[in-house]
Design a protein around this ligand. Structure first.
Ligand code: SAH
Ligand code: SF4
Length: 358
């Protein structure tokens, strides 16, 4: 641990640059946390302001062809209850989300082949008529599908890299390839989506150095949004025995991401709140500026169980909306009144190419 970490934090706040070694030394040291969070909060205020953007999350299918080791929706989890909303049900939830005042709808699911490019494109076209931004989070697809959805009006896509440690990635994602994941992210960027990515914190075998490389990767690909989550171990998955992700480390990661990607949209995620009640506010004061309240209703809301104990699962979408409004106000911030696209400053400093980048 470098003794001079305050100088590193100060330089990161000023230049938005750190080397892998510098980043790793900050992430490794719990004593840096408050200073990093305060610096990240100042950068957040200067670059993206006091608005907190709310994105209404619709979890529209729990069918998944993948087998990710950490996730309750993995295909080999026979205990997972499977459901699929109809296109009409999805559009009806999007209308409600619009009614709650959300300006973005996030359509998320397992990798469900029932939703062909055309079927999902029809849903996107219908949702776009509501004058909302549409974010997709439906996993890996051929570029043709991504193009069809972009043509139908989709604005953003969330696809976490999960980890930039190739060997760890391939161990935790049987039958998937790190290069294919990268191909998807590249295609999405080329097609003009705002691209969100991110990682899990606390994967067995993950190191601090690899987390530092994750942050540099987000910077190198110029991610528009970066969502990270602590691992929440799921009893019905191969990672059932793993310890949960360290929330202090998660907070240092969020702060580091804000310091290095000052313009990015960064959510305080449900997984954080699940592990540590109150985390949403703490993370919103440590660099984050986005929350994704769940607007899924009824059985589906309970059955979309990536991990157990999901925060707010027993609340109704309407309760969530009032609850979030009060929480944001209590922070002295306000709810964004527009679609909350990434705002670029006049003269953005291009991120340096690194080994992790394109
Ligand atoms: N199928 C799509 C979208 C749904 S999964 C996809 O994989 O991209 C969305 C995110 O949930 C994943 O990116 C993963 O990071 C997160 N996730 C899954 N299981 C989790 C767990 N046990 N703890 C924390 N986050 C988890
Ligand atoms: Fe499927 Fe996504 Fe879960 Fe992997 S993380 S099993 S792709 S829902």
């Amino acid at each position: 641990m470098t003794k001079d970490w305050p100088a590193l934090v100060e330089r990161a706040e000023r230049t938005h640059r750190l080397t892998e070694e510098e980043l790793a030394s900050l992430l490794a040291e719990p004593a840096t946390e408050e200073a990093m969070a305060l610096a990240a909060d100042r950068v957040r205020a200067a670059f993206v302001g006091d608005a907190v953007h709310l994105r209404g999350l619709i979890e529209f299918s729990s069918f998944c062809r993948r087998n990710c080791h950490y996730c309750g929706l993995r295909r080999e989890n026979e205990k997972a209850g499977r459901y699929r909303l109809t296109p009409e049900e999805i559009v009806a939830l999007a209308e409600k989300a619009r009614g709650y005042g959300y300006h973005t709808v996030v359509l998320q699911s397992g990798e469900d082949g029932w939703f062909t490019a055309e079927r999902l494109a029809d849903v996107i076209r219908a949702v776009k008529r509501l004058d909302v931004a549409v974010t997709l989070s439906v996993g890996e697809r051929p570029i043709g599908d991504y193009r069809a959805w972009r043509d139908a009006g989709a604005d953003r896509f969330l696809l976490r890299i999960e980890t930039t440690d190739r060997a760890l990635y391939e161990r935790l994602h049987p039958g998937m390839s790190y290069d294919e994941r990268r191909r998807c992210l590249r295609d999405l960027k080329r097609l003009g989506y705002e691209v969100g990515t991110g990682c899990l914190v606390g994967l067995p075998g993950q190191t601090i150095d690899s987390l530092a490389r994750d942050v540099l990767f987000f910077q190198a690909i110029d991610a528009d949004m970066v969502g990270i989550g602590p691992l929440v171990p799921n009893e019905d998955t191969p990672l059932k025995g793993a310890p949960p992700g360290d929330m202090g480390l998660v907070r240092r990661m969020v702060a580091a991401i804000r310091l290095l990607l000052p313009e990015a949209n960064i959510p305080a995620t449900t997984a954080m709140e699940t592990l540590s009640p109150g985390a949403r506010e703490r993370i919103l004061r440590s660099g984050a500026n986005v929350v994704m309240p769940n607007v899924t209703e009824g059985e589906a809301r309970r059955l979309y169980a990536l991990y157990p104990g999901k925060a707010c699962v027993a609340d109704t979408p309407e309760e969530c909306r009032f609850c979030m409004a009060a929480r944001v106000k209590a922070l002295g911030r306000f709810i964004g009144a527009d679609k909350g696209f990434r705002r670029r400053r006049a003269n953005p400093a291009p991120p340096e190419k690194t080994a992790a980048g394109d």
